[in-house]
Design a binder for this molecule. Structure first.
Ligand SMILES: NC(=O)c1ccc[n+]([C@@H]2O[C@H](COP(=O)([O-])OP(=O)(O)OC[C@H]3O[C@@H](n4cnc5c(N)ncnc54)[C@H](OP(=O)(O)O)[C@@H]3O)[C@@H](O)[C@H]2O)c1
Length: 262
């Protein structure tokens, strides 16, 4: 994974792999010559994606239908990988869920499911698969965060907080593993045109553009967080310049209409 011309080898595990950003990432990885393990809940959709990736790129693709918000799911995935003798070179923690609306009106079980998926599964899969990479002295973990990670975001409170965890966790693990040969990086996209985000937002990115950012993040030995797109200024202002209380009040105004309709 050193020069731009070099192809990638080995096996990548991608969660949330059949739609949106995850599907675009699998496309790029297969194109580069990687074999894949696709994970999400909808097994039929994964199978269809696997067939397409095999037909188009000759990639060997396995699928595993798992609800990663279930507490036992990350361990089941790791057990399946060990059982099938699969050595993982790249882990992409991409599966994520969002929940819009005031916390006071939220279904507590759905809120818990979001945290289990965005935070719990991401952290547990990292901890499960990282040791073998460190032992081999190579490999990569890419965690998909969000520009929502940088400041409190009313009406998507749990989502933004979960992505703040992704960001902080990844930055810390990046520092822990910097000298090991393993690349740990967070990619922090802004609004991207997928099923998760159907709102009309100027400057929205295509999933393929986020996948390109993921590929350059994988190839570089650079920073712990790669934003991509034109989000740097916004995240600097909201995440670093403004006090969190002011950032939250501004965000409340801009998200109120989308969340409450007024
Ligand atoms: N779209 C944006 O504006 C945006 C911006 C910044 C960051 N992101 C992040 O990008 C990542 C991908 O999202 P996306 O925008 O591509 O949305 P998406 O198309 O809705 O993709 C989400 C993926 O996660 C899978 N998934 C959802 N719940 C799951 C669960 N409980 N267990 C296993 N898999 C599950 C879904 O597949 P199944 O339904 O089959 O499980 C789907 O493949 C997420 O982490 C999201 O937070 C998105």
């Amino acid at each position: 994974m050193k020069s731009k011309k070099e192809t990638m080898q080995g096996v990548a595990v991608v969660t949330g792999a059949a739609t949106g950003i995850g599907a675009a990432i699998t496309e790029r990885l297969a194109e580069q010559g990687m074999h894949l393990v696709l994970v999400a809940r909808d097994g039929a959709r994964l199978e269809a994606a696997a067939k397409r990736l095999h037909a188009e790129y000759g990639a060997q693709v396995s699928t595993l239908a798992l609800d990663l918000s279930q507490q036992s799911a990350p361990a089941r995935l790791a057990k399946w990988l060990t059982g099938s003798g699969t050595e993982v070179d790249v882990l992409v923690n991409n599966a994520g869920a969002s929940l819009m609306g005031p916390v006071a009106n939220s279904d507590p079980a759905r809120l818990r499911g979001l945290v289990n998926l965005n935070v719990g599964a991401m952290a547990e899969l990292t901890a499960l698969l990282l040791p073998a990479m460190v032992a081999r002295g190579r490999g990569a973990v890419v965690n998909i965060a969000s520009t929502g990670a940088y400041a409190p975001a009313p009406y998507v409170a749990a989502y933004a907080a979960s992505k703040a965890f992704v960001l902080s966790f990844t930055q810390a693990v990046w520092a822990e593993t910097k000298a090991t040969g393993v690349r740990v990086v967070a990619v922090s996209p802004g609004p991207t045109d997928t099923a998760m985000n159907t709102r009309h937002i100027p400057g929205k990115r295509e999933p393929g553009s986020v996948a390109d950012t993921v590929m350059s993040a994988l190839r570089s030995r650079g920073p712990a967080v790669v934003d991509g797109g034109l989000n740097g200024f916004q995240t600097f202002v909201f995440g670093r310049l403004l006090p969190a209380s002011l950032a939250a009040r501004i965000a409340e105004r801009s998200l109120r209409r989308a969340a409450l309709g007024h």
